[in-house]
Design a protein around this ligand. Sequence first.
Ligand code: AMP
Length: 477
Amino acid sequence: MFGVYLHRDGAGSVSHMTYDGLYALQHRGQESAGMATTTGEGVMVVKDMGLVTNVFNEYKLAGLQGHLAIGHTRYSTTGTSTWHNAQPVYRVTARNPARVRPVEFALGHNGNLTNTALLASAAGMLPGTVTSDSDVIGELLVRDLDSAPERDLVDALERVLPKLAGAFSLVVMDNERLVAVRDPHGYRPLCLGKLDEGWVVASETPALDIVGAHFVREVDPGEMLVISGDGTRSVYPWPPSEVDPRLCIFEFVYLARPDSRLYGQELHGARMRMGELLAEQAPVEADLVMGVPDSGMPAAEGYARRSGIRYGHGLVKNRYIGRTFIVPDQAQRAQGVRRKLNPLRSAIAGQRLIVVDDSIVRGTTTRAMVRMLREAGAAEVHLRISSPPYRWPCYYGLDTGTRSELIAANMTVPEIEDFLGADSLAYLSLDGLKRATGAVGAGFCDACLTGVYPTPPLPASVEVQLGRKEPVGTRLV
Ligand code: AMP
């Protein structure tokens, strides 16, 4: 997500800046892209399925004028991957003589609400009328605005935000203001940057770099930052007792770019430290340390440095691959690995390999990759994973499948080793991972690794697995 506010028209093209910002954030969502802009005289939205480069062209960007914009790339968690669910979400209030003109707003959401169904039914929304958690937020805001014409967008946000549960970093705009919000746990990142002539907010710091903004600070968990012609103003819609920072630890492991800074740490360095600690915790004799491109590379470098074993490349990744690649069944997913990776035979033939990756989720790609290395002549394959076993589904914005799909939820480490066909398999400890982040004393959500979920309510079947609730016959999620 990205947002920009310029103090005066003509200080730059907000649509081109948003395009650049979204391009830097493409890895966070590859299903759809969109942006909204305003000149102060109405909010205009362009969104479509596909990558940023597919959705926008010069013609569309030229039509998106103004001093204020937000943008979004989507990766679906709640709600299907359809045009309707592409963001920004747009709403306008009903005509009301008590208002000079209707309030128009657009909203981008990163995260996943855990009380979507409750919110929708409590507000009497008919099934099918709202199609995603982000759509529910838009609907609650427009209803709040419609119920009292003296309210503005910021008033409505102050009233609606405390009702939301789960993960939500938001960028919201109307004709005059850019608003950036982080839920009280701050599950998903959001940062503030300064331009000579304005302000930028973005999910990750590389989106600030690309538009020439300098990093000011992270938006605080539980903070609503309002940016307008009057400057910036912070509002805190939640009581301090509800604010408990829990940044997603998987942002450090996999999700965010290596050149991003979170909790004051550049992630490439944190990932190298993960590899170093992994080398201490799980040493093995071998000839070559290699990373699985791209996610395993920094940790592999760290492993090699600490172990003293030679670092090299053993796999080449097709740089045009994206996650939008359609993989209808499991057999095709395995074939997908061949589309993505190819071995460097001369580097690995006859070698005892230490193969480092950041995580194993379903095990499908890892298994196919191990087979590929063996076919290319590897003498031994020792897998080293720079995070602990991924055992629990995420309800806060990562789509890693149901519990039945997570390999570490269903098999022991020796069983996984066997299934993957590796000579050995070892994971980094949770303590090691937290130390490697370098963010001493900072709060993290590690629910995917520990099953400790900071925000209820969770689906009933998960509560059952956690032993908190009697079985109610729900399908295992
Ligand atoms: P698999 O063996 O199928 O579990 O795939 C493991 C690979 O998936 C690793 O290289 C991870 O970097 C990558 N990965 C981790 N989390 C995700 C995610 N949420 N979406 C897509 N890929 C992921």
